[in-house]
Design a protein around this ligand. Structure first.
Ligand code: IPE
Ligand code: IPE
Ligand code: MG
Length: 243
């Protein structure tokens, strides 16, 4: 990374292409997911080292349950394996881990692991690592709407209290800086129900590289592209813009 590059505070990644990576090697898709985990390790370490404050990774969407049960099981086993294996070193590296998504659909065992991992790292002050698991952007908006509605029904909020700010407080990632940059690997140009509300003004970067092949220098490429963007947020050319 060259010094003059501005490092985005919050980067979110749609880690796509594991299955194709494996298929190109005549391997089963689970092999691609395992290779994807290696790329995750490298990118987490690198992002922390260059000063990214928050990294949000899309690991399993609310629609990924549609896949064959063997693949779903392989993905969940890998998640359990990664939590078991990585927690100590994440904690040692001062990483704060959060899982976003509807974890109630996971086994009690996995739910407990998630709660323990979050608990273990909750006071860490380094990189915030959010893993989106059984996450859907529509689910996120809906769960926020339900919580708000409950408070209206209970008389704790009035209709006029429901502002964008109030609504945001119930959304995932509410306590973190806005998402600056979304990277999608794997060659498709879509959001696939990842963060919807939260990426209203994020910069989007798409690459054909399959996720297991993604690496720190490709991450730098994405940051370089981010640095060429002029973010206006609906206003006009703002020369004061800082990173
Ligand atoms: C992304 O890779 C990982 C998950 C969705 C869990 P894919 O498994 O979607 O890989 P492709 O897109 O089929 O290559
Ligand atoms: C998006 O990839 C979800 C994750 C990376 C976890 P998909 O492979 O599920 O997306 P689609 O189906 O191509 O839109
Ligand atoms: Mg895919």
């Amino acid at each position: 990374m060259t010094q003059q590059q501005c490092v985005p505070s919050h980067v979110a990644i749609i880690m796509d292409g594991n299955g194709r990576w494996a298929q190109h090697r005549n391997q089963i898709r689970a092999v691609g997911h395992r290779a994807g985990l290696k790329a995750v390790r490298k990118i987490v370490t690198y992002a922390a080292s260059i000063g990214v404050k928050v990294l949000t990774l899309y690991a399993f969407s609310s629609e990924n349950w549609k896949r064959p049960s063997t693949e779903v099981s392989a993905l969940i086993s890998l998640f359990i394996y990664a939590l078991n294996r990585e927690m100590k070193s994440l904690n040692k590296n001062n990483v704060r881990l959060n899982i976003i998504g509807d974890i109630s659909r996971f086994s009690n065992h996995l739910q407990n692991m998630i709660i323990n991992a979050e608990q273990l790292t909750k006071n860490n002050s380094g990189l915030v690592l959010n893993i989106a698991a059984n996450y859907g952007g529509r689910w996120d908006i809906l769960q926020s709407a339900k919580k708000i509605t409950e408070q209206v029904v209970n008389g704790h909020l009035t209709l006029d209290d429901i502002t964008e700010e109030r609504f945001s407080l119930e959304m995932s990632l509410y306590n973190l800086p806005e998402v600056d940059l979304v990277i999608r690997t794997g060659g498709d140009y879509r959001i696939s129900n990842f963060l919807l509300w939260q990426i209203a003004y994020s910069e989007l970067y798409f690459t054909d590289i399959l996720w297991p092949d993604f690496n720190p220098s490709l991450f730098d490429e994405a940051i370089k592209a981010f640095n060429t963007r002029e973010r206006r947020f609906g206003g006009i050319d703002d020369k004061e813009q800082t990173c």
